[in-house]
Design a protein around this ligand. Structure first.
Ligand code: URA
Length: 189
């Protein structure tokens, strides 16, 4: 049943022309991982490596994300990973508001199907879209909020850590808190 819903959704995304990016991308980057995940990570948009492979977070930023997951003992296969946009913006520019508007419904459907316990926004753009338009990642990263029935938090985008290594300590602390929250929520059920 739910396999059919997933397949329908992916087929819909594959033929989507709600914005021009469907024409310029190489591959759709639909999302990957455990469809029954307790943890959903949402990044911004596919980069070059993701566009080439059709899988989110497989480039340099993705390798760094893998290291944080490993550090707190969360297997990558146990989580689901998606983006606000499913197609790569040219030259990795920030998503345009109208591209986000055109694409966000697909992510909402994925959230409804997965029903994660925690949604983790990877970076400012995702947090501004999913938590609050005026979200300040530097000030608020690692804090948990409840929204729409989901526990949500945001961490720095792994690509930001590649540019500024001083954020790495905070990133590890945030991942440790995510793991703690996850263990707590799992213990309650
Ligand atoms: N950055 C993102 O936000 N998403 C990806 O999938 C890769 C890099």
């Amino acid at each position: 049943m739910s396999d059919a819903l997933w397949n329908d959704l992916e087929t819909l995304c594959r033929s989507c022309r709600n914005c021009p990016l469907g024409k310029t991308r190489t591959n759709l980057v639909f999302g990957t991982g455990n469809r029954n995940a307790d943890l959903l990570f949402v990044g911004e948009a596919p980069g070059q490596a993701e566009d080439e492979q059709g899988i989110p977070f497989v480039g340099a930023a993705g390798k760094l994300l893998d290291r944080y997951l490993f550090a707190v003992d969360i297997p990558r296969e146990s989580v689901y990973i998606a983006n606000i946009l499913k197609c790569r913006p040219p030259r990795n520019r920030d998503p345009l508001p109208e591209e986000e508007d055109a694409c966000i419904g697909y992510l909402r459907e994925q959230v409804r199907l997965i029903q994660p316990k925690i949604i983790v926004c990877l970076g400012r753009i995702s947090a501004m879209r999913l938590i609050r338009p005026d979200y300040r990642i530097t000030r608020e990263h690692g804090q948990f909020v409840r929204k729409g029935g989901y526990l949500m938090t945001a961490v720095y985008h792994p690509a930001a850590l590649l540019r500024d290594g001083s954020k790495k300590e905070d990133m590890l602390l945030d991942f440790e808190r995510i793991k703690e929250q996850l263990d707590l929520l799992r213990a309650q059920h």
